[in-house]
Design a protein around this ligand. Structure first.
Ligand code: NAP
Length: 534
């Protein structure tokens, strides 16, 4: 074990990278521990074909450094994973981050030592490190989930989870590929795999409402314009609900004429990115009648893109309204099902029974496969925390404290766990957010708080139980009127393959990033109200 440090950071994704940079700049002795072999987090692990984000690239990069902005050019409006991973490496190189990072260090346990006033982390191989403060930068979608299908271990071909994709190239050429799941990851992977696979069989249980991404290359004049207007771009992001360049239309869908509604739906459908989710009528995610109007529009769009009407019906969601789950953005997803080498297996008619050495048996039929891709998602938001045995005061386990659902103060601290800070934690606005924008806000809040504590000669910060109770109630109250709380998804903490005592609940702060930021600023201005400093 090296000497105790000021701050340990778990994770070398974008939040861990910026936390390290910021804390170092403030004079803290900070160090990052990362399970992977390099930086990148999400972009390090999710290397499946077609992976890319749905934030406009030019809104996604770090805004805190003019040099980083000046010296980086995004090549597409929605950057593909290899380029985003290159961006992470560019940032790590420029900020010389790796000298304070340890790779291949999977944190298995973290224990608060009350007498010493320190956290001790232990790696899965037994290595230990200590520090006064512990910051988790473990991401919200970092614990991949395999389906509970009998026989998965018996499969004789290749099998990959999208969230644990191999670093070596994976070839689909001439292969019979099966993919399980139709969430955002699958929706990106399916069109890419179909291009070269001999046959692609899509095992779908619940269709999602997918809509066009509208990606394209960034030409030279646009590149120059982006560089010249970064300040405006980030100001615009700062003021919008999810820190995207899309803001809700102030009108209600139910109060305008059918023609006006249709016009806005057509317009946002044709616009790139999340315009069709975040930039639509303000009531579509709140009012069931308004939601029906856009679901009806989207249903028509799906039908118009498929040649076979019966197949189209299988791809139309029936169990949730448009936008109440995160909208997967796609490029040619529906058209892929028109290809002769692609087949949809509707698991509601023909449930998967088992995986065999030769393929997947569904509805009594064996589908012979050379490769299975599991696009079965993540144990979101709390899953990354559950994989680490966090012990706070008196040895109390975080997992037990959160058995009935997370309880947090501002999504950043937990009563009973002094000096532990979470970035992009449960109950924060970051989960509905253009990630890097919200990461910057949270890292800056936490590092300013640590500076405040250090400069006053203090050593401990812990959420007041009352503040935690109030914030947790506020998170639930804020989400109550939103339709997404009535639907199973990772945003409500539900994954079909994980059995939990807790039921569906809001896991994210739904008040939007501007309100969240304002609350954080008020808390800081009031001497970090709600935090016990000692
Ligand atoms: P996901 O949305 O949770 O989707 C998992 C899929 O697997 C669902 O279709 C689910 O079906 C299916 N599934 C799970 N177990 C199954 C089983 N036993 N049998 C059959 N199907 C099964 O996961 P994801 O696609 O990885 O996406 C998660 C989140 O990551 C996204 O919502 C998004 O926030 C983020 N993401 C973002 C991007 C991007 O920026 N473009 C790309 C990828 C992912 P049911 O719905 O029936 O449970």
């Amino acid at each position: 074990m090296s000497r105790p440090r000021d701050v340990l950071i778990i994770g070398a994704g974008l939040s861990g990278m910026y936390a390290l940079h910021r804390l170092r700049a403030l004079g803290f002795d900070a160090h990052v521990y990362e399970a992977g072999s390099d930086v990148g987090g999400t972009w390090y692990w999710n290397r499946y074909p077609g992976a890319r984000f749905d934030s406009e690239s030019w809104t996604y990069g770090f805004s805190f450094s003019e040099e980083l902005l000046r010296d980086w050019n995004w090549s597409e409006h929605f950057s593909p994973q290899p380029e985003t991973l290159r961006y992470c490496n560019f940032v790590a190189d420029r900020l010389d981050l790796r000298r304070d990072m340890s790779f291949g260090f999977r944190v298995a346990a973290a224990r608060w030592d009350d007498a010493a006033g320190e956290w001790e982390i232990a790696a899965s191989d037994g290595r230990r490190e200590r520090a006064r403060f512990l910051v988790t930068a473990i991401g919200a979608l970092s614990a991949p989930v395999m389906p509970r299908i009998p026989g998965t271990e018996t499969f004789g071909g290749e099998a990959h989870h999208t969230g644990l994709w191999p670093h070596e190239p994976v070839s689909f050429a001439g292969k019979r590929v099966g993919i399980v799941g139709t969430g955002a990851s699958a929706v990106q992977a399916i069109p890419e795999i179909a291009k070269s696979a001999a046959r692609l069989t899509v095992f779908q249980r619940s269709p999602n409402w997918c809509a066009p991404l509208g990606n394209g290359p960034i030409d030279e004049p646009t590149q120059r314009r982006i560089h010249a207007t970064y300040e405006e771009i980030f100001a615009r992001c700062r003021d919008s609900y999810g820190c995207f360049v899309h803001d809700a239309d102030p009108r209600n869908a139910v109060e305008v004429s059918a023609e006006e509604r249709e016009a806005l739906y057509e317009k946002t459908y044709a616009m790139p990115g999340f315009a069709k989710w975040m930039g639509n009528f303000r009531d579509i995610l709140i009012d069931p009648a308004a939601n029906d109007t856009i679901s009806d529009f989207m249903r028509r769009k799906i039908r118009s893109r498929l040649k076979d009407p019966a197949l189209a019906e299988k791809l139309v969601p029936r169990n949730h309204g448009y936008g109440t789950r995160r909208v997967p953005l796609e490029t040619g997803y529906y058209e892929t099902f028109n290809r002769p080498n692609v087949r949809l297996v509707d698991l509601r008619e023909a449930p998967i029974e088992r995986v065999t050495p030769a393929g997947i048996v569904a509805g009594g039929e064996e589908h012979a496969l050379d490769m299975i891709v599991y696009a079965t998602g993540f144990d979101a938001i709390t899953g990354g925390f559950d994989r680490i045995d966090f012990r706070g005061r008196e040895g109390k386990a975080l997992k037990d404290k959160w058995a009935g659902g997370p309880r947090t103060y501002l999504g950043m601290q937990v009563a009973g766990f002094p000096n532990l800070f979470m970035l992009i934690g449960p109950h924060s606005a970051a989960l509905f957010c253009n990630m890097t924008r919200c990461i910057e806000q949270q890292v800056e809040f936490v590092s300013a708080l640590l500076e405040h504590v250090r400069d006053r000669g203090l050593a401990r910060v812990e959420a007041d139980p009352r503040a935690e109770e109030d914030w947790t109630a506020h998170v639930h109250d804020t989400a109550a009127r939103m339709l997404f709380t009535q639907v199973d998804s990772w945003m409500t903490g539900v994954h079909s393959e994980i059995r939990r005592a807790r039921g569906r609940m809001a896991m994210v702060y739904a008040g939007g990033a501007p309100k969240f930021r304002k609350r954080c600023e008020e808390v800081a201005a009031a001497g970090y109200a709600g935090f016990r400093l000692g």
